[in-house]
Ligand binder design. Structure first.
Ligand SMILES: [Zn+2]
Ligand SMILES: [Zn+2]
Length: 256
């Protein structure tokens, strides 16, 4: 059994075959998923998918790339949705220095506001990080994010930073990149970090794992991520499946 902790089944790419995509995931043993909504368009769709499907949950937040668009009303809306029984986390939020739509200072402010909100509603956070590891760790410390904890989603930083995040109550979630031949850091992290701090995800439709790299990603492929972790750690796939699913259920406070 697997828990894909970060999916975007709410993306346009799944509009035509959402039901079949979920079926293919279930056939691969992917019982549980968390659909992440991060703006005015994807949040309602994430809620809809979570409401209509057993064992599919939602996370709601504001993406750093679009930080410049977030209003106080949006933040109040996210707060309101956080009490829905199927909402299990606030996010994704964080910093993304790859795209320049939102200036860094705006991204930081929106990030801090969402951490404060998560603390207010007592929910864990999901962190998106692109080329901003140092600033993210600094803000998590300054804002005492350890109070709620969270997930470093699709983690691709060094082992040392992963340990720092674990000390702040964070889980390390690995995705498709751990299967890429040239992905040195995720492979090091998979080997060095104890499985009890680890989650698996696809981040679909993006970042499809090898040998599907470049194609549309989907939750069924999270098994390829788990297989790669098992191989790197020299343990069975079953152990990776069982432990990461148990971790996710506990993390999201889901009664199974
Ligand atoms: Zn992300
Ligand atoms: Zn995402």
């Amino acid at each position: 059994m697997l828990f894909d902790t970060h999916v975007h089944l709410n993306a346009d790419q799944f509009e035509d075959d959402l039901v079949e995509t979920i079926e293919r995931a279930r056939e691969e043993g992917v019982q549980y998923m968390t659909v992440v909504g991060f703006d005015r368009k994807t949040i309602p769709k994430a809620m809809e998918i979570a409401e209509n499907n057993e064992n599919i949950y939602a996370a709601v937040g504001w993406h750093p790339v679009d930080a410049i668009d977030m209003t106080e009303e949006d933040l109040a809306w996210i707060e309101e949705l956080s009490s829905h029984p199927k909402v299990v986390a606030i996010g994704e939020m964080g910093l993304d220095y790859h795209w320049d739509k939102s200036p860094a200072d705006v991204q930081k402010e929106v990030f801090r506001k969402q951490i404060a909100l998560a603390k207010k509603v007592k929910m864990p956070i999901i962190i998106h990080n692109r080329e901003a590891t140092e600033d993210i760790v600094e803000i998590l410390k300054e804002e005492n994010a350890s109070e709620v904890g969270g997930i470093m989603h699709c983690y691709s930083g060094p082992v040392e930073t992963a340990k720092e995040c674990i000390d702040m109550n964070f889980m390390i979630s690995l995705g498709g990149p751990v299967t890429f031949k040239n992905a040195k850091l995720p492979k090091e992290v998979a080997k060095a970090i104890d499985l009890k701090h680890m989650l698996v995800e696809t981040d679909c439709p993006f970042l499809a794992p090898h040998p599907n790299r470049g194609k549309r990603n989907e939750p069924a492929y999270v098994k390829l991520v788990a297989e790669q972790i098992a191989e790197l750690k020299g343990i069975s796939l079953q152990e990776v499946e069982e432990t990461t699913t148990k971790n996710a259920l506990e993390f999201f406070k889901i009664q199974s």
